[in-house]
Design a protein around this ligand. Structure first.
Ligand SMILES: [Mg+2]
Length: 234
């Protein structure tokens, strides 16, 4: 790779992950609906739900707070319908909304074990660091609470800039924001389509983070820990 002056990161499942798992989500929804739900049920595939909306409003699923909320509401409502919950639309919508609110609380998120160490190390190397994320405007308080912002030069949340990945505009916005040229940036994310292909549309080289080793063979570097970024840069 050419000389890298900046690392830009995706947020969800790259720097941060939700604390709750499917059983916690079913407990939460059950409490909202006044039902005892099976905790062991898997949630519908989120990638499928997201990409099935491409061509409709898929690309815009995160370009405003309203869009992000409505995307997740539709996902949880689908999950509840798949689970055979036969309640009025408004009741399901209200439970889905409450779950979205719950996710906005910083305590519902945690950093990966190597997240802060990676940010610190990159800081010491004098690299510019920023986030480009498909997220609502609640992203910044969540990052603050987990001390992630301490090492960052900027955070670009799709809902705040009105453009979501994989559209090049959100990447170009971040380049302008950081006064960066595409060739000096490396971008890392966990989604091949949104992150790798998205970054490429803006001329940025991208790395896929695949902590569980689930990715098929892809045409970009793949890492299993953020710390491996430094091997790629050197
Ligand atoms: Mg992600």
């Amino acid at each position: 790779m050419s000389t890298i002056g900046a690392i830009l990161y995706d947020a969800g499942r790259t720097l941060l992950r939700p604390r709750m798992e499917a059983p916690d989500i079913w407990d939460f929804l059950g409490a909202q609906l006044g039902l005892k739900l099976t905790r062991e049920r898997a949630l519908p595939d989120i990638g499928h739900h997201f990409y099935s909306r491409f061509g409709e409003d898929g690309m815009g699923s995160y370009d405003s707070d309203e869009a992000a909320r409505s995307f997740w509401a539709s996902y949880y409502m689908q999950a509840m319908r798949d689970a055979g919950i036969d309640l009025p639309e408004e009741t399901l919508h209200s439970a889905a909304d409450a779950l979205y609110d719950w996710y906005q609380e910083p305590e519902q998120w945690e950093t990966y074990p190597e997240t802060l160490e990676t940010l610190e190390q990159a800081s010491k190397l004098g690299l510019t660091q920023g986030i480009i994320s498909d997220w609502g405007t609640d992203l910044v308080p969540i990052l603050h609470a987990h001390e992630v912002t301490r090492h960052l030069d900027f955070v670009v949340a799709s809902a705040a800039v009105g453009s979501a990945k994989p559209h090049p505009d959100i990447f170009r916005y971040a380049l302008t924001r950081g006064r960066l040229q595409p060739h000096e940036v490396i971008y890392v994310g966990d989604s091949y389509i949104s992150d790798v292909l998205g970054a490429r549309t803006a001329g940025i080289e991208a790395v896929l983070i695949d902590r569980e080793g689930r990715a098929p063979e892809v045409d970009c570097p793949v890492i299993t820990s953020l710390l491996q970024l430094f091997d790629l840069i050197n």
